[in-house]
Design a protein around this ligand. Structure first.
Ligand SMILES: NC(=O)c1ccc[n+]([C@@H]2O[C@H](COP(=O)([O-])OP(=O)(O)OC[C@H]3O[C@@H](n4cnc5c(N)ncnc54)[C@H](OP(=O)(O)O)[C@@H]3O)[C@@H](O)[C@H]2O)c1
Length: 262
């Protein structure tokens, strides 16, 4: 299947590691002109070099913090200059702190809102003029399986991922007339640095070996293992491609069957 991504301009944020990097790699494999964006310049340069080595495709970098409005404009502009406009946007950000309701003040709530919901709003707003100019676009928001089933101890994430899901569904209706399709891809447990850190933290808190924590998590996953970043990236790339011409407003879980809700 031709995904129709050759020469298309793609921006992936929070993409020096993990899910964002894996998604960027799969777009580059398809011959897209990919810009990756995140805060740490060295990590970005390393990620770009890795993707270039794996795909032979030049990758552009934009140093940015998704919580800063001016950085978002900078990253979108960089992607548009590198790729001659913008065809595809993948919104991703770091995760907010874990904890329960009593742990957080107004300040933590506002920070998590800026990191995980307002960033997507701003990225989409800045990207739309480029997509409208082209007469088409694809947007993929990265959320979490918590959009279907809240995860205990992650109340900030549970709240704002649900917000992005609502935003995604609403925009699928508003943007259809512009031929812009938008979907969310929701990871369950994908083996990234963040998930490894969370497992270690939980093991420390419970005073058990990390293998026990992992085994407990895996017991909830019908496919019997964590997903790989590559498996996640492939789902993002299909929904963010021009082979996807009739799926919009959907939430696709990449979770090995972990969430039992329909
Ligand atoms: N992996 C999973 O199974 C899973 C499951 C559910 C939800 N999620 C969510 O999916 C997202 C990605 O997860 P991951 O596992 O790929 O995490 P990761 O391996 O820790 O990678 C996070 C990436 O985000 C960048 N980043 C963090 N804060 C940023 C900011 N303010 N502005 C721009 N870039 C930023 C980091 O680079 P810099 O630090 O250099 O900026 C890094 O490239 C997170 O929100 C996570 O909570 C992941």
């Amino acid at each position: 299947m031709d995904l129709g991504l050759k020469g298309k301009s793609v921006l992936v944020t929070a993409a020096s590691k993990g899910l964002g990097k894996a998604s960027a790699l799969e777009f580059a494999r398809e011959g897209a002109l990919v810009t990756i964006a995140s805060r740490n310049l060295q990590e970005l340069q390393k990620a770009a070099a890795d993707i270039e080595e794996a795909t032979g495709q030049k990758v552009h970098i934009a140093q940015m913090d998704v919580t800063r409005a001016e950085d978002i404009h900078h990253a979108v502009r960089e992607a548009a200059v590198f790729g001659n406009g913008l065809d595809v946007l993948v919104t991703n950000a770091g995760g907010p702190p874990g904890g329960t309701f009593d742990d957080f003040t107004d300040e933590t709530w506002v920070n998590a809102f800026e990191l995980n919901l307002l960033s997507a709003v701003r990225l989409i707003r800045a990207s739309l003029p480029y997509m409208r100019e082209k007469g088409a676009g694809r947007i993929v928001t990265i959320t979490s399986s918590s959009i279907k089933q809240p995860i205990p101890g992650l109340i900030l994430s549970n709240t704002f991922r649900a917000g992005i899901n609502g935003l995604t569904k609403s925009l699928s209706m508003e943007l259809a007339e512009d031929n812009i399709l938008i979907n969310t891809v929701a990871p369950g447990r994908i083996a990234t640095d963040r998930v490894a850190e969370l497992d270690h933290l939980k093991a420390e808190q419970k005073g058990v070996p990390v293998e026990e924590v992992k085994a407990e998590a895996i017991a909830q996953i019908p496919l019997g293992r964590y997903g790989s970043p590559e498996e996640f990236g492939r789902a993002v790339v299909f929904l963010g491609s021009f082979a996807n011409s009739y799926i919009t407003g959907q939430a696709v879980l990449v979770d090995g069957g972990m969430v039992k809700a329909f």
